[in-house]
Design a protein around this ligand. Structure first.
Ligand SMILES: Nc1ncnc2c1ncn2[C@@H]1O[C@H](COP(=O)(O)OP(=O)(O)OP(=O)(O)O)[C@@H](O)[C@H]1O
Ligand SMILES: [Mg+2]
Length: 363
């Protein structure tokens, strides 16, 4: 798929900007703090209605303004789709597809993107929660129903935690929560493990190619033993809940289940969160993003738009070249950079170049 036109009104420092993306390869350049990342963020936001930088949607509205609009024209399977997201002065949000009001559920996911931004480095530098969020968002892109399961599990987890902390303990209720959590949770563990195995196989190859000779291994770390069989996962889950029954009550915490899981990344057999250099960490994330793009393409038959924010920084010339050369011709790519110096001459052929200054296009 391709985005052909983007209009932003009162989006962060972009008060009024229109960009026409005629090409598959696009580079947005500008000095620091001019609005390059803001533009990528707005495209990402339109795809999943989340920002990679903030959980507060009001942060996206230009300071001093009370309304905001993102409007994009897409080409998807040779049809043109207009997406329009609007926040009015009262704070009300409106979503329109081809001029017709739609629900969040229908709107989200029409535009498919894979983004690489500095925030993604939290995958390695951050907490287990950051890694679980990455995994859940990636799965959600290909199985939209996954979100309902996550929400259901989260609700149960909160209810069980309230029970564990309450003065009036009810064993019957604890058994009900454990039973329900083991069923919903086993589903989550199964899907996460399946997805990780799939992405790990592709990311391994990409990683070897980008780094030239470094290995990447990815494991899913769970609170009880698992395999590929969902019934067995559920059984093991139930057993672990039984084994930890008294301990959970004693500590007043829910200790077993996918909310405690983590993803382990090993580069050259060493824990990448502890031992990988900045460039190596970036390489792991790039290999994952590239693999994520492949999986979305394969499962949905749609080639997502690749959004690369300052991606070349911290990579040596070998890794930079591999990365730029590995982008498929039919994958629309929008890259931000301070200038074009790091790009090879071949890459700069057939690109659209946008210069941004103070939230506007510089002509
Ligand atoms: N809600 C907002 N209203 C107005 N301006 C904002 C808002 N949120 C962020 N900004 C400003 O937008 C400016 C541009 O930010 P952005 O992150 O897009 O810069 P950039 O061009 O990517 O810079 P860099 O090269 O340093 O990454 C910043 O100065 C920031 O303070
Ligand atoms: Mg930036």
């Amino acid at each position: 798929m391709k985005i052909t036109n983007l209009k932003l009104k009162n989006y962060r420092n972009c008060e009024n900007i229109e960009l026409n993306f005629n090409n598959y390869k696009n580079i947005i350049i500008g000095k620091n703090a001019q609005g390059k990342t803001n533009i990528l963020e707005s495209i990402y936001f339109l795809s999943c209605l989340k920002s990679m930088r903030t959980s507060k949607i009001s942060d996206l509205i230009e300071f001093g303004k009370d309304n905001m609009n993102i409007c994009a024209l897409l080409e998807k399977n040779s049809t043109e789709i207009q997406l329009n997201y609007y926040i009015d002065e009262t704070g009300k949000k409106t979503f329109k597809i081809n001029g017709v009001k739609s629900t969040i559920k229908d709107f989200r996911g029409i535009l498919k993107t894979v983004i690489f931004s500095n925030e993604d480095l939290l995958l390695l530098r951050g907490t287990p929660e950051n890694r679980r969020n990455w995994l859940d968002n990636a799965i959600f892109q290909i199985y939209p129903l996954y979100e309902d399961r996550l929400n259901k599990y989260e609700k149960l987890r909160i209810q069980k935690n309230n029970l564990l902390k309450s003065d009036k303990f009810d064993y019957g209720l604890m058994d009900v929560y454990n039973e329900q959590m083991s069923i919903t949770g086993a589903n989550i563990v199964f899907l996460r493990n399946k997805y990780l195995n799939e992405i790990s196989n592709i990311a391994k190859i990409k990683h070897l190619e980008i780094s030239n000779d470094e290995t990447l291994n990815i494991y899913y770390k769970t609170t009880f033993p698992i395999n590929d069989n969902i019934e067995q996962i559920c059984e093991n889950y139930k057993q672990a809940l039984k084994d930890n029954y008294d301990e959970e009550i004693r500590r007043g915490q829910s200790l077993i289940g996918p909310h405690r899981d983590d993803v382990i990344f090993l580069t050259n057999d060493k824990d990448a969160t502890k031992f990988a250099s900045q460039g190596q960490q970036r390489t792991v994330v790039l290999a994952l993003k590239s693999a994520e793009l492949n999986i979305i393409k394969e499962k949905t038959d749609i080639s997502p738009i690749l959004l690369l924010d300052d991606v070349l920084a911290e990579l040596d010339d070998l890794r930079q070249n591999y990365l730029l050369n590995s982008i498929d011709k039919d994958t629309q790519t929008i890259i931000t950079s301070v200038d074009t110096l790091l790009f090879s001459k071949e890459f700069l052929n057939d690109i659209s170049l946008f210069k941004i200054k103070n939230g506007s296009l510089e002509i």
